[in-house]
Design a protein around this ligand. Structure first.
Ligand code: SF4
Length: 413
């Protein structure tokens, strides 16, 4: 069996755990933000509806700020108030509502999982974190723990980015916080800490603390309800690790949870010495030529051609202006020619590269891609017959474009 972690990095005193739970929950009761899914979790009597509401909110909140999510969540629940309603929606409708929220596979998988609950589980949500994770596509360990604790009262912890930060500071964990060894320790700690009678509130309180007080750059330690349990804060105040009775200092040597010897405590950083992360890989650079094809519609208003992306991969199933990925070092004239050839396939007639008007470049950062769209436009006279053998395509007015399942990047274009 692996050696137990040094006492400095765990909560081993039951009295301290009890005190921390009490302080955190009291603070949460006073200061928590009013969020629509919290109201459902607190008042809805139907357990499946509670689970569904928390599930939708948790999936939307992955990688996305609360302020952005509220409006999407309200519209979603208005359109699909139950799992059964969502199971009957089309992917196109889901993508339309999700447009602008990013990470589009989240909406798709949510809908697939709703269909599974209805068709294979008789419409009943799994009630434990273990079953949620096992049975629902797109539900990972964190989301399963959040749904089970908040909706069904299971005493199980959660670890998300906010919780990682708070726990690493509370226990001076300075090893790479994305490493499996540290993540395992944090899950174990979250499961020890979670309040047995109010697990959902406790988990939300810990995340709320990370989102509003123990924030990444300038944490508000003076207002923190758990500062008396925080070793990073005490270390900042006293300038050295707090003594732990009967335990040797593990700040030197080969402790797997302390900062590496090559990057010791930096007093100018204070509590923000924790957590530490390995450097991220820089995003991959990509260039894509895209063309806004415009024609005069039958009612006289301009219309634009949009085409649907493949049903898997980045931005799956979303609509975009005809686009073509480019090699990085292509000359401008060559880019224009390649785009003209590509458009020719759509139009079924020759397109002169010289006719393409360069408009400008649009940069959009996806999580792992630094995308540059090289934007051209082309005005068309007369009718154009689109080849039905190619991907689905349609002409839309500007209003229809904005109501379609298009990404934020295409709206920028
Ligand atoms: Fe975070 Fe500061 Fe509170 Fe410690 S005292 S948990 S560092 S806000």
């Amino acid at each position: 069996a692996p050696a137990p972690p040094p006492a400095r990095h765990v909560f081993s005193d039951p009295a301290e755990v009890e005190a921390l739970r009490g302080s955190l929950l009291a603070w949460y009761d006073r200061c928590k933000r009013d969020l629509p899914w919290r109201a459902v979790a607190a008042t809805e009597l139907d357990a499946d509806r509670r689970g569904y509401a928390v599930w939708v909110s948790e999936i939307m909140l992955q990688q996305t700020q609360v302020a952005t999510v509220i409006d999407y969540y309200n519209r979603w629940m208005q359109k699909w108030p139950t799992l059964q309603a969502l199971a009957q929606a089309s992917l196109e409708e889901v993508n339309e509502l999700w447009a602008g929220l990013g990470y589009y596979s989240r909406g798709k998988r949510l809908q697939e999982a709703a269909r599974k609950v209805v068709s294979e589980l008789a419409g009943r949500m799994p009630r434990t974190a273990e079953d949620l994770q096992k049975l629902l596509p797109g539900v990972g360990r964190y989301t399963a723990g959040a749904i089970a604790s908040i909706s069904y009262g299971q005493a199980t912890g959660v670890v998300d980015g906010n919780v990682i930060r708070v726990l690493c500071r509370l226990r001076c964990i300075g090893a790479d916080s994305s490493s499996p060894a540290v993540i395992d320790r944090l899950w174990a700690m979250a499961n020890v800490l979670v309040d047995r009678s109010r697990p959902g509130d406790f988990n939300q309180a810990l995340m709320e603390l990370g989102a509003t007080v123990c924030v990444p750059k300038a944490p508000l330690c003076g207002e923190c309800p758990v500062k008396q349990h925080c070793q990073a804060w005490r270390r900042k105040l006293f300038g050295k690790p707090p003594p732990v009775p009967d335990v040797e200092d593990c700040g030197v040597g080969d402790c797997p949870l302390c900062p590496p010897a090559t990057e010791p405590w930096d007093s100018s950083l204070g509590v923000t010495n924790f957590p530490r992360k390995a450097a991220k890989k820089p995003p991959r650079a990509m260039r894509t030529a895209t063309c806004v094809l415009e024609r005069r519609g039958c009612r006289g208003a301009p219309e634009y051609l949009i085409v649907q992306r493949p049903s898997s991969g980045l931005l799956a199933g979303l609509w975009e202006f005809p686009s073509l990925p480019l090699a990085q070092d292509l000359q401008v004239e060559k880019e224009r020619e390649e785009l003209a050839d590509h458009l020719q396939a759509w139009m079924g007639r020759p397109v002169a590269a010289k006719g393409l008007q360069f408009i400008g470049e649009v940069i959009h950062i996806f999580s792992h891609i630094h995308q540059t769209y090289v934007v051209y436009s082309l005005h068309l006279d007369g009718d154009v017959t689109l080849d039905p053998a190619l991907s689905p395509s349609r002409w839309v007015t500007e209003d229809e474009f904005h109501a379609s399942a298009v990404s934020t990047a295409m709206k920028k274009v």
